[in-house]
Design a protein around this ligand. Structure first.
Ligand code: MG
Length: 384
């Protein structure tokens, strides 16, 4: 494998920091070309000082002065603003762009990166939730691979290696069930953000941790799987597997099932995406089956976790409905994190947004931008 030049969008987040840890262990194979962050300028400066990229961008323009001051002795090109992120990814030497920013903000730079012919290591699942059709079409047109970083999709992707002529019968998407797996509806009504932010297995950012607790993350992953692997929603089965050792499975037409296993450590799928198709040596801990001697499975309960049904419905309707679902979810998760609404209320608001939002069957990029904006404004107004 030739040395790869990597751009990390969202380097100060959980995935970004773990990707840097992977790169730190493989300096002869992977090199940081660009780093971008939204807000955390101090950490960004420290990362830039260690990895010496060519370019660094801070999305929040008010932090530009601090960035400049912190890196003034180094020959690194610096920019500010979200438009700069979309431009930086086009830089000639970049081989691969890791999209690890949060939510809707991933869409525009991903489009730019695909158009510039860069391989995408996709951690920002919202990009495919909002604009799956547009993105997959564009990637095909520009012959750019989209390599999944999401652990479930990395698992499915790994199960499919060598199976290009064998159609997928079913994708079995595993879910930890989150911290409230055993909570009654009554209990769910009173859970706090502190409880929701404690994920039993995975250490992740706040947005995806809340999405995991509400199972919206699994709903998004169904949509992500549809676009990455070309399956129908009926071909995707969600199975709750609380130990998070099996990261997902693929069933073929002979009823043989392949699974990918590992400890819940995001560095494994990150590294696989960055080095694909090669597997690099790692010092990650392997699964000890004497310790994990009871892998269990159960059906998800969609009466307590309604978001799974909403996601299924959004895929079924298609068009801009997944974009409506995502916009509504981003607003309610932010509101929940600010103690403005309750845990179960999040699903009520999302349901209403899907029922009352203007449906567009074949949305353009501009339609999706408009949909996202309208839904956010509407919900924020209604919540006041
Ligand atoms: Mg996942």
């Amino acid at each position: 494998m030739e040395k790869r030049q990597i751009a990390i969008l969202g380097s100060t987040g959980s995935i970004g920091a773990q990707a840097l840890d992977v790169i730190r262990q493989h300096p002869e194979k992977l090199e940081v070309y660009a780093l971008t962050a939204n807000n955390q300028v101090e950490l960004l400066i420290r990362q830039a000082r260690e990895f010496r990229p060519e370019m660094v961008v801070i999305a929040n323009e008010s932090k530009y002065g601090e960035l400049k001051e912190g890196l003034k002795d180094l020959p690194i090109k610096l920019w500010a603003g979200s438009d700069a992120i979309a431009q930086v990814v086009e830089a000639g030497p970049i081989d691969m762009v890791l999209t690890a920013m949060v939510g809707y903000s991933g869409l525009k730079p991903t489009i730019h990166a695909i158009k510039a012919g860069k391989a995408i290591a996709l951690a920002n699942k919202e990009t495919l939730v909002i604009a799956g059709e547009l993105i997959t079409k564009l990637a095909l047109e520009h012959k750019t691979p989209i390599l999944p970083v999401d652990s479930e999709h990395s698992a499915i992707f790994q199960c499919l290696v060598g199976e290009s002529n064998n159609p997928v019968d079913k994708i079995i998407l595993t879910a930890s069930g989150g911290p409230f797996r055993k909570f009654s509806r009554e209990q769910l009504q009173h859970v706090t953000k502190k409880e929701a932010l404690k994920h039993p297995n995975w250490d992740m950012g706040a947005k995806v941790t809340i999405d995991s607790a509400s199972l919206m993350n699994k709903g998004f992953e169904m949509i992500e799987a549809k676009w990455l692997f070309g399956v129908t929603p009926e071909q995707i089965q969600v199975v709750v597997h609380p130990q998070s050792i099996i990261h997902s499975m693929v069933q073929f037409r002979d009823m043989s099932i392949k699974a990918q296993l590992g400890l819940p450590d995001m560095r494994i799928p990150i590294q696989y995406a960055l080095s694909y198709p090669e597997r690099l040596k790692s010092n990650f801990e392997p699964v000890n089956f004497n310790k994990f001697n009871n892998l269990t499975f159960e059906e998800p309960d969609t009466t307590r976790f309604r978001n799974l049904d909403f996601a299924f419905e959004a895929i079924r309707q298609g068009g801009n409905m997944p974009c409506i679902l995502n916009a509504a979810n981003e607003v309610v998760v932010a509101a929940f994190l600010q103690d403005k609404i309750g845990f179960l209320e999040m699903s009520d608001v999302i349901e209403k947004a899907m029922q009352t939002g203007t449906f567009i069957a074949s949305p353009t990029y501009e339609d999706l931008v408009e949909t996202d904006n309208t839904i956010r404004m509407k919900i924020m107004k209604e919540m006041k």
